[in-house]
Ligand binder design. Sequence first.
Ligand code: SF4
Length: 454
Amino acid sequence: MDKVSISSAFAKKRTVWIKTFGCQMNYHDSERILSHLQEINFTQTDDPATADLILFNTCAIRDLANSKFYSGLGEIKKIKGGRPDLLVGIAGCISQTDGEELLKKYKHLDFAFGTDTIDQINEMIYRLYQGEHKIFSNSQDNRSNYSIETKITHGSLQAFVNIIKGCNNFCSYCIVPFTRGREKSRKIAEVVADVRNLVLTKNIQEVTLLGQNVNSFGKENGENLSQLILELEKIEGLRLLRYTTSHPKDLSDELISVYKVASKLSNHLHLPIQSGSDSVLKRMNRGHDTAHYINLIQKIRSLRPDIVISTDIIVGFPNETEEEYQATIDFIEKMQFDFIYSYAFSARQGTKAAQMADSLSEDLRNRRLVLLQNVQVEIQRAIRAALVGKHFVMLLEGSNSKNGIKKWFGRTSCHRLVHVKMEDDNSNYQWKWVEVEIISTTPHSCQGKFIKFC
Ligand code: SF4
């Protein structure tokens, strides 16, 4: 390609197809990538065959996401074969650690960048259009301060706002501290100004504060999450505030006390326990035991009796005994979680758990997972059934049709998914706040009756 100026390189309208794997942080990063690309005349397409740029935002944590990425990358090879001008790139956690190797291995891959170099994407694209090949950028941001402005491209009333990146905890199974680096927080003043701006200029009404470990927010600045929540509470126009993900070791009494006064704070807490066995928690290097976790939940429930608690569980951690596994089953029965994200352990290279001798077979892990999920489904069935007749307020996010019946859906403040049939199938109710009454339930969702707009 001829050498051209930036303005002429990006005068042409182009399209990007982006596939995101993994956690909310990755979806948030993809939003940021798209926002940058908009500045150089790219719009998003859902057709990879006609896109000018194909991007995979990868996840190193889950096996399924990992294998889907590799099979997707293989598929793209056919498209690239007939279209030499097509650019193919990877971002995210796999790219951070293995990007350089993948660039060598996959001829049709043009560039790879890590989690801290997202803001350089336009420069990388420009260099590629200038004729450079195989660009790799995974440097980590070593500045002591962490400062960004949230970038969003969608017309939704919901936004993710990153407040802390990295993690210092080094759970023995987790690759995050190696892919995302050490904890670094934004300053409260910056986050508040950012959210205020989103509310004023983009009409954002629901914000989810994001970080690998939001409970550690602000430590290096002498600030904390409870102070941030209380400041955000004051923003007029902001209606709902969520945060994720928490760590039981770092959830402070001060943060718990906020549940008493923060009326905009969601009535849901996702608090990963990972195992109901103290000996497994120790091998996981979680830094807390089940008694500590139970104590936290009791304190929160004393302030908000109807708060919804959800968790993450990993079954089949190396050498998990029958007794240890049974302790997890007993724990979820005792705690009555509203929902859980559950996984069979799979080793991540570079972590301590990957070096542990392990006597468990994959088959046993999968059987334990299915059994645990069956127990949880029955818990959820009973919890959801008890919701019939209750009223909730929620933001309608979208609609779908089943058996010719169109329904709208949204999540309550307590994060429960509710489907509701609205009066007029031809009207657009997206981003309307509504009150619904629950009329029937399944273990995973609720059907609601529209009561009123609010
Ligand atoms: S706290 Fe979460 S992100 Fe940090 S190491 Fe543990 S599992 Fe990974």
